[in-house]
Design a protein around this ligand. Structure first.
Ligand code: ASP
Length: 342
C-alpha cells in the first residue's frame, strides 16, 4: 500500500505556543519548527505536509470567515492527502468542528481537530500525544485503503469524538472534551480502538466545500427571573435571523406572559427560534411539560440532542445557504452529518 499522507493545518492556539527564552511570554511558533519540537514525527510512516494561517490566532478570535478559510484549505488539498489534522485552540474547537462538518459536504476523509492545554514546548505538555495520535487517526485506513474515520472529529487526551457532538468541559484538565450524546469514535490506549458502529459510513457524492455562513444568529440562555424586557431587546437586534434558546431540562421555559409575547413578536418578524437544552446530556421534548407548550404553539424548533455549538453553526450554515421558513425548519430537524439523533 502507498505511504499515507496527512496535511497539518495550523490555525493557532496553545498547542503551537513556545516561550520566549528571555521574557517567558508565550507566542505562536513558526510551523517549520514543528519537527524540532516533536522529533517523533520523523519516525512516523506518514508523509506530512503543513500549512499555516499567516497570523495564527487564539481560538477566541475565530470567526465564521475563519471556518470557511479552513474548509477552503482542505478543499484545495483534498485530492493530494489522505487526511487532515487541524491544530486549533481548544476554547472554540467544538464550534469550528461543528462548522466544518457542515461546510465539507460529502467529506470522505478524516479531518481531525486537536490542540492542547499546555504548549508544545513545555515539559509536561499534552500536545505531543494529541498531535501524534491525531495524525495516526487521519492516516488510518482499512484493507481497501479507505479512511477509517471519514468525518470531522476532535481528538483530545486519548479520546476521539465526532466533532459536531463535542463540548469543551474543562478549562484545565487534559481531558477537556466530552461528547454527551454520542459514543466516542475511538479510544487510544495500548491500541487505538475504533468503535466502527459510531463512525459515519463512507459518502460517495464527492466533496462540496460550502463557503457561506450567515452570522445573524444569537444565543439566549434562560435563567429563573429572566426579564421579558431583556428578552424583547435581545430579540429586536437589527438583522437578527435566528436564535438558539437554551432552555431548562427537556426544553422548558417560563410561562410568564411577557416572555411569551417577546417570543411571539420575534416569530412574527420571521426570526427562527430553536430550542436546545442547557443540560449536559439528553434531549429536548417540546410539549412534554406545560412549560414548553407555548414553544410548540409558536413554532419554536426542537434542537433534539444537538449541542449549542452545533446548533449555532448549523443555523449559520443553513441561513448562509439561503434557507428560510419551512425549508430551514426541515433542514434544521434533519441530521446532515450525525449532529443530532433521529
Ligand atoms: N485560549 C486558547 C485557545 O483556545 C486555549 C487553547 O488553545 O487551548 O486558542
Amino acid at each position: 500500500m502507498n505511504q499515507r499522507s496527512v496535511l497539518i493545518i495550523y490555525t493557532g492556539g496553545t498547542i503551537g505556543m513556545v516561550a520566549d527564552p528571555r521574557s517567558g511570554a508565550l507566542h505562536p511558533m513558526d510551523l517549520s519548527h514543528l519537527e524540532e519540537q516533536v522529533p517523533e514525527l520523523d519516525r512516523m510512516k506518514v508523509r506530512l505536509g503543513a500549512v499555516s494561517f499567516d497570523q495564527p490566532i487564539d481560538s477566541s478570535d475565530m470567526r465564521p470567515a475563519d471556518w470557511v478559510r479552513i474548509a477552503r484549505i482542505i478543499g484545495e488539498h483534498y485530492d493530494a492527502y489522505d487526511g487532515f489534522v487541524v491544530l486549533h485552540g481548544s476554547d472554540t474547537m467544538a464550534y469550528t468542528a461543528s462548522a466544518l462538518s457542515f461546510l465539507l459536504e460529502g467529506l470522505n476523509k478524516p479531518v481531525v481537530l486537536t490542540g492542547s492545554q499546555l504548549p508544545i514546548g513545555t515539559i509536561r505538555t499534552d500536545a505531543k500525544e494529541n498531535l501524534i495520535t491525531a495524525i495516526e487517526v487521519a492516516a488510518a485506513c482499512d484493507q481497501h485503503g479507505r479512511a477509517v474515520v471519514p468525518e470531522v472529529a476532535v481528538y483530545f487526551e486519548y479520546s476521539l469524538y465526532r466533532g459536531n457532538r463535542t463540548v469543551k468541559v474543562h478549562a484545565e484538565r487534559f481531558e477537556a472534551f466530552r461528547s454527551p450524546n454520542h459514543p466516542r469514535l475511538a479510544e487510544a490506549g495500548v491500541h487505538l480502538k475504533y468503535d466502527l458502529a459510531a463512525i459515519l459510513t463512507h459518502r460517495t457524492t464527492g466533496l462540496k466545500v460550502h463557503d457561506r455562513m450567515d452570522d445573524n444568529v444569537g444565543v439566549l440562555r434562560l435563567f429563573p427571573g429572566i426579564r421579558a424586557e431583556w428578552v424583547r431587546h435581545a430579540l429586536a437586534t437589527p438583522g437578527l435571523r435566528a436564535v438558539v434558546l437554551t432552555t431548562f431540562g427537556s426544553g422548558n421555559g417560563p410561562t410568564d406572559s411577557g416572555f411569551i409575547e417577546a417570543l411571539r413578536t420575534a416569530r412574527e418578524r420571521g426570526i427562527t427560534v430553536v430550542n436546545v437544552t442547557q443540560c449536559f446530556g439528553g434531549r429536548v421534548e417540546q410539549g412534554r411539560y406545560v412549560t414548553s407548550q407555548a414553544f410548540v404553539e409558536l413554532g419554536v424548533l426542537s434542537g433534539g440532542d444537538m449541542t449549542v455549538e452545533a446548533a449555532v453553526a448549523k443555523l449559520m450554515f443553513l441561513l448562509g445557504e439561503g434557507l428560510d421558513g419551512p425549508a430551514l425548519a426541515r433542514a434544521f430537524g434533519t441530521s446532515l452529518c450525525g449532529e443530532v439523533s433521529g
